[in-house]
Design a protein around this ligand. Structure first.
Ligand SMILES: Cc1cc2nc3c(=O)[nH]c(=O)nc-3n(C[C@H](O)[C@H](O)[C@H](O)COP(=O)(O)OP(=O)(O)OC[C@H]3O[C@@H](n4cnc5c(N)ncnc54)[C@H](O)[C@@H]3O)c2cc1C
Length: 105
């Protein structure tokens, strides 16, 4: 059985951001699959210190949420909610333009 038969959304990474996003999507009525492989590494940080939050510029059904450096436990639940809003096509609570992946292009 393919993933598309069992889930509306697949989330790769069951850290605090992924779990928060899954929780919000489930509350919105979506079927969610969380995929995680055991990984541990440095806290990723972008050069402007803002996490990437938003739609992939190349694939409209792919969304990014990473780069929370050392504030992810605080900001992660909010980021998860914002990505859930994007995935579901809802209006986001805040403008995410400054967080776009294309800002470094
Ligand atoms: C020592 C320490 C102290 C900290 N203290 C604080 C604090 O006081 N306050 C605060 O706000 N933040 C703190 N942080 C930062 C916070 O822990 C991180 O910002 C936050 O956990 C990041 O969450 P995340 O969901 O983005 O990523 P992660 O927690 O890294 O989750 C990513 C998940 O993706 C999985 N994964 C990765 N690659 C793949 C793959 N290819 N396929 C499938 N799964 C994959 C991993 O297994 C992991 O479970 C601290 C961090 C450290 C290390």
């Amino acid at each position: 059985m393919s993933l598309s038969n069992t889930a509306d959304t697949a989330i790769v990474g069951a850290g605090i951001v992924g779990v928060a996003c899954a929780l919000h999507l489930q509350r919105m009525g979506q079927r969610v699959t969380l995929i995680d492989r055991e990984w541990l590494g440095h806290c990723p940080r972008l050069t402007d210190s803002l996490p990437i939050l938003g739609r992939c510029p190349l694939h409209k059904n792919v969304f990014f949420a990473y780069g929370h450096q050392h504030i992810g436990l605080t900001a992660g639940p909010k980021s998860g909610r914002l990505i859930a809003q994007l995935v579901s096509g809802s209006r986001t609570d805040v403008d995410l333009t400054a967080h776009g992946a294309d800002r470094f292009a």
